[in-house]
Design a protein around this ligand. Structure first.
Ligand code: ATP
Ligand code: MG
Length: 691
């Protein structure tokens, strides 16, 4: 039983010589092989392109579970055999010659010699079987528009976009910066770059000119693609003035700016010779089928910057082959979303989640992807669930920050929708506090799957894998290492693995699995220094602090910089934040450690309330919060002070900027604020601290 389930869909395994026997075995086990269905890449076009390449997935088994432990072990013990088999999930123009080259640690190359293309896998490959299936649904509650795009239409849009890029002289290896809101053309632009082998660098549309200029100077792009405007909460945000300012500030501005006009801000003057209008050029060129540029598996596919929570953002460089395989695999094993099914990620394309699970994952997987522009509360806080109902969403992906926004409203906004199709809600990006997890779990009645990953990893590192085996959800923990991640929790001083229940630093033993970053763009030494230089042994770490329980569930306690040492007791900011958040009036809490002469450090708390104070004396509610902390964590964790504020300083990707809070509290410079969302939040903190 275990052997068969442990062999992923392998029809050539000696235990499974032929189908009748397989059927018999499965019937004895109470499972049935539900359908014999070729997967899309076994379509005629794919076979013609690579006739000798072995086929996989002869059977798709429904109702059977594959054992997580066994599959995970195989991914760790026999990485080359495991990933060699997994590589067959995607289309290769030329099959890889070598699964892994690890001759220059910690740099590694997956699927060496293989040639493939992200756009071909995300678009062309599906035309044989699902041309009329929806590929992308772009919904905007800002412009009140919905665009439903089939794979056939996506092919057209991407080819037309690619033709425009080629016309502007963009080719293989050139960089293209994309500065757009969450709209369909942002996806077309990314895929068009991938098609012709250009390296895209998407800059979140909410960033201001300075951030854009920094990223332009890092990538030195041949082209900048920008929308004329975005909207946030009904307010027009013209992009063009920011584009102009960024080009003026950048040392190496691009020769051309391609403007995708949404008709929102047509009045902005164009710079002659530099600015080009997308619609005009597209009409001039007409329909052209642009050939795919096949790329060696480890060539760069795109650049993307980290959130800048701990300092200057790092330019993550991703490859082609490993990333495509990781996307194809995770859509099935982690997100349990198969071809033809629907995924809704509420992320912006400007973030890692947007790249992987709005664009490449669902499209490589032959799924339908929903893209959403707008606030989660507009026209009412039920909008996301209305979309889930309307499009039969199976897998939803969002962030704890977004759920905390919804938590301020009545759960009835969820209950009034028919969510029978929805199977899972995945949440990632920052710690999912238990009160929020409980609230959304009760309101939805579906598994809430916490997901731990980083821009660097590009796909989940710690997660449950319901597509393989649905392990019980344990609140507070994102679960287990994803396939291929050799994870440990180690003592930061000795480097030894700590016992279950002990706190330590989360590390990954290289080589990093496919899909993770290749290096920091143009800066191998920053790659080594930022991620591999913390311990004697060569280990990858982004310095998150964790604890593993007896059953192997890992809990993230925060970043190592966020550890507070009160008179020798080491406390995670997250533990105190959780305690404070359990107070019914608290919307969100940020805890930092500040220097204290007596105790070394003491916790300082900033909270926002669900309903503001409105002139009420904060003392009683603050006293209750203090009591909650003392009861759940002991007197040692008692905060020195609790400040009630209206907003907490966050990065544009919604992460608390604890380092800046701490710097202000300790009267230091708040550091790199280029990714700060709302400057007035930091001003309020300054005032609260009397600075
Ligand atoms: P920078 O690296 O520039 O300082 P950042 O680390 O916030 O910014 P991201 O890649 O957006 O950049 O975030 C990854 C980090 O987010 C992780 O290292 C971790 O600290 C945190 N994180 C992500 N998911 C979770 C989760 N499920 N639980 C706890 N923390 C999480
Ligand atoms: Mg980081």
């Amino acid at each position: 039983h275990g052997r068969i389930h442990g062999v992923p869909r392998n029809r050539t395994h000696p235990a499974i010589p032929q189908q009748p026997l397989l059927t018999l075995i499965l019937q004895v086990q109470g499972c049935k092989p539900c359908r014999t269905k070729p997967t899309p890449y076994q379509g005629r076009a794919a076979r013609a392109a690579a006739p000798d390449y072995p086929r996989t997935h002869d059977f798709v088994w429904e109702g059977c579970v594959m054992n997580y432990e066994e599959t995970y072990r195989r991914s760790i013990d026999e990485p080359e055999a495991f990933w060699g088999e997994e590589a067959k999930r995607i289309h290769w123009h030329k099959p890889p010659q070598q699964v892994l080259d690890y001759s220059n640690p910690p740099f590694r190359r997956w699927f060496v010699g293989g040639e493939t293309n992200l756009c071909y896998n995300a678009v062309d490959r599906h035309l044989a079987e699902r041309a009329d299936q929806l590929a992308l649904v772009a919904i905007s509650t800002e412009t009140n528009s919905t665009r439903e795009i089939t794979y056939r239409q996506l092919y057209r849009e991407v080819n037309d976009f690619a033709a425009v890029l080629r016309h502007l002289g963009v080719g293989h290896g050139d960089r293209v910066v994309i500065y757009m809101p969450n709209m369909a053309e942002a996806v077309f632009a990314m895929l068009a770059c991938a098609r012709i082998g250009a390296v895209h660098s998407v800059v979140f549309g909410g960033f201001a000119a300075h951030n854009l200029a920094l990223r332009i100077d890092d990538a030195k792009p041949k082209l900048l693609i920008a929308a004329d405007a975005g909207m946030r909460g009904g307010k027009l945000i013209p992009y063009k003035p920011m584009v102009d300012a960024a080009c003026a500030e950048a040392a190496s501005p691009p020769p051309h700016v391609l403007i995708v006009s949404r008709g929102l801000d047509a009045a902005e003057p164009r710079v002659p010779g530099r600015d080009v209008d997308y619609a005009t050029l597209r009409a001039q060129i007409g329909e052209v089928d642009v050939p795919v540029q096949w790329l060696e598996a480890s060539e760069p596919s795109y650049l993307l910057y980290t959130s800048g929570t701990t300092g200057k953002p790092k330019g993550v460089q991703r490859d082609v082959g490993g990333y495509a395989v990781a996307m194809a695999q995770s859509m099935e094993t982690v997100f349990d979303c198969k071809p033809g099914q629907v995924m809704f990620s509420t992320s912006d394309v400007g973030w890692a989640v947007g790249h992987s699970y709005n664009v490449y994952g669902p499209l490589i997987g032959g799924c339908t992807s929903l893209l959403y522009e707008g606030l989660p509360t507009n026209p009412d806080p039920g909008i996301w669930w209305a979309l889930c109902e309307q499009y039969n969403v199976r897998t939803m992906f969002s962030s704890p920050t977004a759920i905390r926004v919804l938590k301020k409203h009545d759960a009835d906004f969820i209950h009034r929708h028919d969510l029978r199709a929805l199977k899972y809600l995945f949440l990632a990006g920052e710690p999912l506090d238990e009160p929020t997890a409980h609230w959304i779990s009760e309101a939805l009645g579906k598994p809430i799957i916490d997901n731990y990953w980083q821009t660097e990893t590009g796909w989940p590192a710690l997660t449950l894998l319901p597509g393989l085996e649905m392990k019980p959800v344990r609140f507070g923990s994102p679960g287990f290492p994803n396939l291929g991640y050799r994870m440990k929790v180690i003592d930061e001083n000795t480097g030894e693995e700590v016992a279950p229940g002990q706190k330590g630093v989360l590390v990954v033993s290289p080589p990093l699995p496919p899909g993770c970053m290749s290096t920091v763009w143009n800066d191998d030494s920053r790659f080594l220094q930022s991620y591999f230089s913390h311990f004697k042994e060569l280990l990858y770490s982004s310095l998150d602090w964790a604890i593993r329980d007896d059953d192997g569930y890992t809990f993230i306690l925060g970043r190592t910089d966020d550890v507070i040492n009160v008179a020798g007791h080491r406390l995670g900011t997250r533990e105190i934040e959780e305690a404070i958040s359990s107070h019914p009036r608290v919307a969100e809490a940020a805890v930092i450690g500040v220097k204290d002469e007596l105790k070394g450090q003491v916790p300082l708390v900033f909270v926002t309330l669900k309903q503001g104070l409105d002139g009420e004396d904060p003392a009683p509610v603050v006293a209750e919060m203090m009591a909650t902390v003392t009861t759940s964590l002991g007197a040692v964790a008692r905060p020195a002070h609790v400040h009630v504020v209206n907003a907490l300083p966050k990065t544009r990707s919604g992460k608390l900027l604890r380092r800046s809070l701490q710097a202000l509290a300790e009267q230091r410079d708040p550091g790199d604020l280029s990714t700060l969302d709302d400057p007035s939040a930091l001003e309020e903190i300054r005032r609260a601290l009397g600075r």
